[in-house]
Design a protein around this ligand. Structure first.
Ligand SMILES: [Zn+2]
Length: 388
């Protein structure tokens, strides 16, 4: 019985080491059993990606190693069944060797070994375009965006659909606090609490873009909201910032022009999720990135603003808010043309007080209660406006 269970448990990655040699940088990953893996490199920014079947990760892996040509590392679930390690490299590199070695007498388990060498930009791009021609990405699984149509605001008898979007996930951890709290975990816990409270009102059908620790690309988050016929899209985050004294909640909506420098910088950071997760940005269509801000989108943006104000009113009753609390910028995840969308930063993981509040389930409950109240008020008002 025990043997059978051991055989089906997912393999674990227990350690990642970087060795620096004169001619190469060697990356060694220890895994609990042999597995198939695939490696490739990506440009702008330069990255080395290792894909493998779904694995678990040792808690030891929290401090990412770096050295030689490697400047950073992320890992996590890329999609169900596929785990990914993304290594940031110092400039263009080539994977000269990638192989697996069996356990040795010294007690080392199975190891994946990658040798990485620096190459010129031209050599990198030549190899990259050769590979591109051989394996063009298949037709995209993401549903095409339908032309924007604003839904009637009250559907008698039907429940209002709320899509909650816990930011980041899997190979994209989001912000990491000094004491080691990960944004992707905090925002998922919060989102589940918010879902619980919204459901308890009996008025809402509530969905999450992700219910577990898995990566989802930004446009897929929008596609899921649209497929569910969502009436409201709430993206949940918890930022970190260089200045450890900055704290408070803030609410963001989409705009062609950012309200201020900080909002623009935040949007740039949150928009990097796909890059962080090791996606080839050259393959992305510009569908979501360049959605025309047409009339429907403008009306959606107005609705988003109305909701954002309601949210700020309710949240400021229970929590400290950042000054100029409602800000706007070009967040890719808020670009659904027909769903009012806001992004909420629950607080700063870089601030000690905020971090403590975010880790406290009781405090998260209070924030979720305030948000639930704002959502109810927003839809009550819509209903009142639509009364004959
Ligand atoms: Zn975030």
């Amino acid at each position: 019985m025990f043997l059978v269970q051991a055989a089906v448990a997912a393999p674990q990655v227990s350690d990642v080491r970087v060795g620096v040699y004169a001619s190469k940088t060697r990356v060694v990953m220890e895994v609990s059993r042999a597995l198939d893996f695939r490696t490739f490199t990506l440009p702008r920014p330069y990255r080395v990606v290792v894909d493998m079947p779904e694995v678990t990760w040792s808690p030891k892996l929290r401090a990412p190693p770096s050295g030689g040509l490697i400047t950073g590392m992320r890992f996590g679930l890329f999609k169900p069944g596929l785990s990914r390690v993304v290594l940031d490299s110092k400039g263009p590199v080539r994977i000269t060797k990638a192989f697996m070695i069996p356990p040795n007498a010294a007690g080392r388990p199975h190891r994946i070994v990658l040798d990485i060498k620096r190459v010129t930009e031209n050599a990198f791009m030549a190899a990259y375009s050769r590979i591109g021609k051989r394996s063009k990405p298949g037709p995209d699984a993401t549903p095409r965006l339908r032309p924007p149509v604003l839904k009637p605001k009250s559907k008698s008898g039907e429940k209002i659909v709320i899509m909650i979007d816990p930011g980041h996930g899997g190979v994209d951890p989001g912000a990491i606090s000094r004491s080691g709290v990960w944004e992707k975990h905090i925002v998922l816990s919060f989102s589940k609490e918010l879902r619980r409270q919204l459901r308890a009102t009996g008025k809402f059908e509530v969905r999450l873009t992700r219910g577990r620790d898995v990566f989802i690309r930004l446009r897929e988050r929008i596609a899921r909201a649209r497929a569910a016929g969502a009436d409201l899209f709430l993206s949940i985050h918890a930022d970190s910032i260089r200045n450890p004294r900055v704290r408070g909640m803030s609410v963001y909506t989409l705009s062609e022009r950012a309200s201020d420098k900080e909002a623009a910088a935040l949007a740039r950071k949150e928009n990097k999720s796909d890059m962080i997760a090791g996606l080839d940005l050259n393959e992305q269509s510009n569908e979501v990135v360049n959605i025309l801000i047409d009339l429907a989108q403008r009306e959606t943006m107005n609705e988003s603003t109305v909701f954002a104000r309601q949210l700020v009113t309710e949240l400021s009753k229970v929590r400290k808010m950042l000054r100029n609390t409602h800000r706007f910028a070009g967040f890719a995840v808020l670009k659904a043309p027909d769903i009012p969308s806001v992004l909420v930063e629950l607080g700063y993981l870089s601030n000690r007080s905020d971090e403590r509040l975010l880790r406290d389930p009781g405090q998260r409950r209070r924030m979720a209660t305030a948000m639930t109240r704002a959502i109810r008020r927003y839809f009550d008002r819509q209903e009142a406006l639509n009364q004959p």
